[in-house]
Write a protein that binds this ligand. Structure first.
Ligand code: ADP
Length: 246
C-alpha cells in the first residue's frame, strides 16, 4: 500500500520578470522524513522554500501538504497547518533571556508580554525544559540571548520553531558561520528532532549534509537534477558538472 506523502510538489514553476526561477519542480517528502536540499547559488532553493510557506505563489503546478492544497493558502494559514521555517540569519530577542525567547514561541500561549510577568504552568515549563534539552541550551536558559554564541542563537531559533509544534520544519543554511563542533552538534540535534517531526534542510556544508545521513535532492536551474544518498549524487557526472562548471 502506498503511503500518502507529507509534502508533494508537482510540476511547479515560477517566473520572475521573464526568468524561470523554478522550472517543473517535483519533490515528494514522506511523513517523518528528513531531506537535505543542495545546489549551486541561484538553483532555486530559497524560492522553493518560499513556495512551500506561501511567500511566493507558483505560476503553475500543485503543492500539497497532508492532502491540503497550499497554493490556495496565505502564509499564516500555512504556518497554522504545521509548517515552520527558520531563515538563515537568527532573529532572536537579544534583550530577553534564552528561556524567555522560548516562552514567547510556545504555541497557544497567552498574550506574549504578559506571559513574561506571569508564572509558567507546569506544562509550559516542562515543554521549555524539553526544548532546552534538545537545543543544548539547558545551561544557558537564564542568559541574555544577545550574549550567547552565533551557533547557540541558531539552536535557540530552532527551539523557538519547536515551540510552535510544527509537523514540518524548513531550515535554511543552519550551520553557516558555525564552528566544526557546532556544525556536528547541529546535525545531531536535527536528527533528534527528526525522531518526531519531518525536516527539510537547505545547506551548502557537505560535511554537515554527510553527518545528517539522509536523502539529498540536488536542485539546478529550478528543477531536480539528482536525488539519492550523498555518496551517489556526489559521483553523478551531471552534479559534478554543475558544481565544478564546464
Ligand atoms: P538559491 O536559494 O538556490 O541560491 P534562489 O531561489 O534564491 O536560489 O534564486 C533562484 C533564481 O531566481 C536566481 O537566479 C535569483 O536571482 C532569481 N530570483 C529569486 N527571487 C527573485 C525575485 N524576487 N525577482 C527576480 N529574480 C529572483
Amino acid at each position: 500500500m502506498s503511503e500518502t506523502p507529507l509534502l508533494e510538489m508537482r510540476d511547479v514553476s515560477v517566473t520572475f520578470d521573464g526568468f524561470r526561477a523554478i522550472n517543473g519542480l517535483n519533490l515528494t517528502l514522506r511523513p517523518g522524513e528528513m531531506r537535505a536540499i543542495i545546489g549551486p547559488n541561484g538553483a532555486g532553493k530559497t524560492t522553493m522554500m518560499d513556495i512551500i510557506t506561501g511567500k511566493t505563489r507558483p505560476d503553475t503546478g500543485t503543492v500539497q501538504f497532508c492532502g491540503e492544497d497550499l497554493t490556495k493558502l496565505d502564509e499564516p494559514a500555512i504556518a497554522r497547518l504545521g509548517i515552520g521555517r527558520k531563515f538563515q540569519k537568527p532573529t532572536v530577542f537579544e534583550a530577553l533571556t534564552v528561556q524567555e525567547n522560548l516562552l514567547l514561541s510556545l504555541s497557544g500561549i497567552r498574550a506574549p508580554f504578559s506571559v513574561l510577568l506571569a508564572r509558567l504552568s507546569g506544562k509550559e515549563q516542562e515543554r521549555i525544559n524539553q526544548i532546552l534539552e534538545i537545543t543544548r541550551l539547558k545551561d544557558h536558559a537564564a542568559r541574555q540571548a544577545g550574549g550567547i554564541s552565533h551557533g547557540q542563537k541558531q539552536w535557540l531559533e530552532i527551539g523557538m520553531l519547536l515551540g510552535q509544534e510544527p509537523d514540518l520544519l524548513l531550515v535554511d543554511e543552519p550551520v553557516a558561520g558555525m564552528t566544526d563542533a557546532e556544525t556536528m552538534a547541529t546535525a545531531e540535534l536535527l536528527r533528534e528532532i527528526n525522531q518526531t517531526r519531518s525536516v527539510v534542510v537547505v545547506e551548502h556544508d557537505m560535511d554537515f549534509v554527510r553527518a545528517l545521513g539522509v536523502t539529498v535532492t540536488v536542485l539546478h536551474e529550478g528543477s531536480v537534477l539528482a536525488e539519492g544518498d550523498l555518496e551517489d549524487v556526489s559521483h553523478d557526472p551531471r552534479v559534478i558538472e554543475v558544481y565544478l562548471g564546464r
